[in-house]
Design a protein around this ligand. Structure first.
Ligand SMILES: CC(C)(COP(=O)(O)OP(=O)(O)OC[C@H]1O[C@@H](n2cnc3c(N)ncnc32)[C@H](O)[C@@H]1OP(=O)(O)O)[C@@H](O)C(=O)NCCC(=O)NCCSC(=O)c1cc(O)c2ccccc2c1O
Length: 274
């Protein structure tokens, strides 16, 4: 089925669109001539788009994908790699994809990676950071770091090991082989494999299902799923969500209002639940 996408904001290196009356947004890495390799500029644009999606209370699900049918992403653009990182329009070398990885874990809404073709290097780590992955039957997964003088020893190694198992993660990094979609499915690297022609419909069907669920429940499940692995940062996320909920209660409002009204708070009337 053809889906109508509306542009939310114009960028140079990504597309940022919405459908379902703004409830589902799609961020598309848009440089098909390099298999959607990312530059610092493209990463900065994705950070901006994810931040907009995070702040928009209408948005329930975020899709991350690559332009065209041949690639999700081939990772960091080696043609702009300098010394100490990837060099952006400002001439500064940086690894700002690490900021994007963190943001993807902090955005309190489900992120679906919609993977067609190559999912390689840092691109594959972005699909790993997504909460769910729908892969087309032409998808190919792998890490190339040791071939090109790079590695991601953070989420790219640790989260991969937690996702597909330590032995398999080490194989992926040490051997730098390419794995097809069925193998990725069997290893728990992706959630579902569908024919290429069906991938957008399937991804939207999953998004539609999640839109029917309690957004607060999904928010806490995402935070809880990441909390133990992320130490105090994971606890901070979960605790921040709890504080946000607490602020909506009459009990918390009483504390705020008493301060503003220069009186003692009356917390005695609130139940002490078991
Ligand atoms: C992905 C491929 C296996 C596809 O091979 P294929 O034969 O199908 O296509 P071509 O090789 O002919 O590619 C077509 C066209 O695209 C250009 N291209 C492909 N990938 C990149 C890339 N990553 N950067 C720049 N350009 C790319 C290619 O040169 C061709 O254009 P021409 O004009 O030259 O014809 C194969 O392309 C491939 O292996 N690509 C490289 C994959 C790779 O090594 N990626 C980088 C890994 S490192 C990384 O991503 C990374 C990024 C970070 O930001 C990190 C941050 C912190 C820690 C670690 C990081 C990290 O590891």
């Amino acid at each position: 089925m053809t889906v109508e996408w509306q542009t939310i904001k114009e960028y140079e290196e990504i597309l940022f669109e919405s459908t379902r009356e703004g409830k589902v947004v799609k961020i598309t890495m848009n440089d098909p001539k390099t298999h959607n390799a990312f530059t610092p500029g493209m990463v900065q644009e994705m950070i901006d788009a994810f931040s907009i999606a995070r702040d928009d209370a209408k948005v329930g699900v975020i899709i991350l994908t690559g332009a065209g049918d041949l690639a999700f992403s081939s990772g960091g653009n080696q043609k702009v790699r300098g010394n100490g990182g990837y060099v952006g329009r400002d001439g500064i070398a940086r690894l700002n994809v690490l900021d994007l990885q963190n943001l993807m874990q902090h955005v309190p809404k489900p992120i679906i990676a919609m993977v067609k073709g190559w999912s390689i290097g840092g691109g594959n780590i972005l699909q790993l950071m997504a909460d769910l992955t729908i892969a087309a039957d032409n998808a190919k997964f792998g890490q190339t770091g040791p071939n090109v003088g790079s590695f991601d020893a953070g989420f790219g190694t640790g989260l991969l090991a937690r996702t597909i198992g330590a032995k398999r993660a080490k194989e992926v990094w040490f051997m730098t082989d390419v794995y097809d979609a069925q193998t990725a499915l069997q290893w728990g690297w992706v959630n579902k494999v569908v024919p290429l022609a069906d991938i957008e419909d399937t991804t939207l069907a999953w998004a539609d299902t999640m839109l029917q669920k309690s957004p607060t429940a999904l928010r806490f499940i995402k935070a809880a799923a990441n909390a133990a692995d992320n130490g105090l940062a994971g606890l901070q996320q979960l605790a921040g969500d709890a504080t946000m909920l607490y602020y909506t209660t009459d009990e918390a409002k009483e504390g705020r209002d008493a301060f503003k009204e220069k009186r003692e708070p009356d917390f005695d009337r609130f139940p002490k639940f078991p």
